[in-house]
Ligand binder design. Structure first.
Ligand code: FM0
Length: 326
């Protein structure tokens, strides 16, 4: 059987930063994200007993050795879950401007989880799909739903209570997320490595955990009351706390570059001029800016003046996983 699924990227507003179980990808804290419309992955999966081994075509090319190993071990987990041994043909296309600074692992593993289970004829509910996607990459579990989504960290050792749940559908609040692409020099430390070093060595990690639940509660209140100013304030404060934990790690590290800081300063100046713009930053130098639709153009105009800005991609709240006919 063959199946095709489409999953969108998401941007965390309350960050997932730190695991309590590396193997099952179980987080230390709850996180909350917004699924985006523009950036997505479409993945086709076909299981066929005639295949001698798994085959991957990624963005039209044979996947690298490292990529193939990663996907194959993920498919082994799905095969074990389904009780089958057949190999698979996987064709994935990332509609994410490769350098846009949006990690495509979230949309990639969400689409792979959906297409592989569907290709095996499994009817999995969204909770199960979220738990399967989580085992590919933590943030992928949130892309199962559209709009605002919370990832419940869970407390069990087997991860059976660690999955995403919808908070507010994408059609309910029309915001903008501008992904600002900066000239990035060094290859940042991967989020997986970065969070591991932080959990194991950071002098500030306990402060992160102490603050995050309160910030999450404040953000959920801001979403339910559509208080954009509060949403932005909490988003920015949470991102800064996450990045502060890295500065307290051994050895210390940061993803920020001079261009990152120049965008942060511009956002502060926009607010002083009365424009409601707020930033968040993930495991890389690029910055994502939250603003209201009516302010998108002025925010773009000001950011484009910055020498470090190489591109700006505008996104709106996007949908959850979709299966495609073929
Ligand atoms: O997205 C967020 O909540 C915050 C971050 O982007 C901050 F940078 C981390 C995402 O980590 P991910 O790539 O999911 O890690 P994995 O589970 O080790 O694969």
């Amino acid at each position: 059987m063959k199946a095709v699924a489409k999953a969108h990227t998401n941007i965390a507003l309350i960050k997932y930063w730190g695991k309590r179980n590396d193997e099952l990808i179980l987080p230390m804290n709850n996180s909350l994200s917004l699924t985006l419309d523009h950036f997505y992955t479409t993945t086709e999966v076909q299981f066929d007993e005639r295949l001698a081994n798994d085959m991957f075509i990624f963005n039209g090319e044979q996947a690298s050795e490292a990529e193939s190993t990663k996907i194959s071990s993920y498919l082994n987990m799905v095969r074990q879950y389904a009780g089958v041994k057949r190999n698979a043909y996987v064709r994935s296309i990332n509609h994410v401007p490769t350098s846009a600074g949006f990690a495509s692992s979230a949309s990639g593993f969400a689409a792979l989880a959906a297409a592989s289970t569907k290709a095996l004829g499994l009817e999995v509910d969204k909770k199960t799909l979220s738990m399967l996607a989580r085992q590919g990459s933590g943030s992928a579990c949130r892309s199962v739903y559209g709009g605002f989504v919370e990832w419940e960290k869970g407390n069990s050792d087997d991860g059976s209570d660690s999955y995403a749940k919808p908070i507010l559908p994408e059609a309910e609040w029309d915001l903008r997320v501008l992904s600002v692409l900066l000239e990035s020099k060094a290859k940042p430390i991967s989020s997986r490595k970065g969070m591991k070093r932080t959990v194991e060595t950071s002098a500030f990690y306990s402060g992160w955990l102490k603050a995050v639940d309160q910030e999450l509660a404040e953000m959920k209140k801001a979403i339910h009351t559509k208080d954009f100013e509060r949403l932005g304030e909490v988003t920015e404060a949470n991102a800064l706390k996450m990045h502060a934990t890295m500065l307290g790690s051994q050895p210390p590290f940061t993803y920020w570059q001079s261009g990152t800081v120049s965008v942060m300063e511009e956002v502060q100046q926009l607010r002083e001029a009365g424009i409601q713009a707020y930033f968040t930053i993930d495991a890389g130098p690029n910055v994502k800016i939250l603003c209201l639709p009516e302010d998108e153009q002025i925010v773009r105009d000001e950011l484009e003046k910055l020498p470090a800005v190489k591109g700006i991609y505008g996104c709106r709240p996007g949908p959850g996983i979709e299966y495609q006919d073929y």
